[in-house]
Structures are given as structure tokens and as C-alpha cells.
Design a protein around this ligand. Sequence first.
Ligand code: PAF
Length: 275
Amino acid sequence: MRLIHAVAELRARLASETAIAFVPTMGNLHEGHIELVRMARQRGTCVVVSIFVNPLQFGPNEDFDKYPRTLDADCAKLAGLADVVFAPAVGDMYPEQQTLYVEPPPIANELCGAFRPGHFRGMATVVLKLFNLAQPQIAIFGKKDYQQLAIIRQMVTQFNLPIAIIGAETSRAADGLALSSRNQYLSPEERTEATNLYRILTEVANELKAGEKDLARTELKASQALANRGWQVDYVAIRSQNGLIKPVVEERKLVVAAAARLGKTRLIDNLEVCL
Ligand code: PAF
């Protein structure tokens, strides 16, 4: 495994590769990331993992400064799994001020986008730059960031990028909590409470499977259930899996998505529901 910081070195190392499977990350790797890398290993002959905490996708009051940077530990976890770890400095990714951006589709202003203005523009811009640098044939993203995955799929389709995007199932702790680097911000009490996000989403999924048709009422009930337990709820939303648009009547492929804060930590999760 080779750790590369410089763009020129990355290009030289990957120049002759023909089956690059790419996993973009912000580091602080957990088992969920490692599962994505294992999937990449099965699908490509050269596995590239990027580790870059992208300033463009953090708002002024978000956790960019305190986001955990654990490059040595991350590389130890990737040894034997990845061929290349690309860990650029901010100056390598943005050698001049970024004045051109990927303008994401309208869905980027809903759900998480409504609470994190500019986040998906910054995310899509860095992912396009990373795609241009690594030039992968395959890229793997976790379904936990469902909205991110939907936007990347649209970007790849609409910009004719020759990259197969694979969505990987969410890795969960034994009690159901979706694995996330931000879970480590939780106090022990908050960590115990955090499992209720998954539990309440599961209840919504079960109600939909049982034939519930009043989506607005179901969303509100779940939102109130979280609020009653002390969560500050950004949203609970039932959307179509297809582009996360509001479901048409008789839509059969749904996703229940939520974002809520426990103390200072914002958690997101979702469950796909096929009726
Ligand atoms: O999901 C993430 O970790 C980030 O949003 C990504 C895709 C690496 C872009 O910075």
C-alpha cells in the first residue's frame, strides 16, 4: 500500500491502471468504511481510498476543525486492503481559490441540504475533483449518506462520467446505530439513546409495510417520538428511493430518512422500504 499526498504522484501511480475501484472518505475510518474498501477489493484490481476532510462541504458553525484526523490509524486499517491511500493537504486539492462549483440538483436544498446550506455543492465539487484525479472505473459510497449518494448518481449521469457508482448497505452497531465517525462525539448516555433513531425509523418502515398511506402523519409521529425523547429533530421524511423526490401515490420503493441532534451531535440515518 502506498500513501500519496501529491496530485502528480497520484497521477503517475495510477496512469497504467485499468480497473480502479475508488472509495472517497474523510478518514477516521470505522468498520463501515472498511466494508466499502472490501467491496472495492472485489471489484477492481487497484483500490484507491482518499482521505480528505473537505473544507468546502462544512458550514461556518460545523465541525470542520474538530473533525477527527487519524491518518496513521487509518493507514494501519487499510494495509493489505487498499493499494493507494490518497491523503492530500487542502492546498493540494485547492491550489487556487475554488471559484467554480458543481451546482447540485434541487434536491440538494431539501432534507439535510435545508439545514446545511452549501454542503452538497461542496461535496459534489470535491467528489468531481477526486474523480478527475483518480479516474476510477468504479466508486463506492455508503447508503447511510443517502442524499449524497443520490446527488452523486445524478452528477455522474448528467456529466457523462464513465464511472459505475455502487451504493453499499449501512453498517450498524449491534444495537442498530448506523456507524459514523460522529458517533464518538456522543456521551455514554447519548450513545445509549442514539439507538432510538434506528428503532423509530424501523417502526415507520413497519407501518408503511403494514399499509399506512398517510405519509405526513407518519413523519410527524416519528418526529414527535424523537422530540419527546430529547432529540432536536431536523426532519423525518418518507421519500422515493428514486432521486429522493416526494413519493407519488402507489410508489413502492421508499426510503425513510431522518436527521436529528442529540446534544451537540447531529446524526443521520435511513431505511429503504420496498412495498
Ligand atoms: O461521505 C464522505 O465522507 C464525504 O462527503 C466525501 C464523499 C468523502 C466527500 O468529501
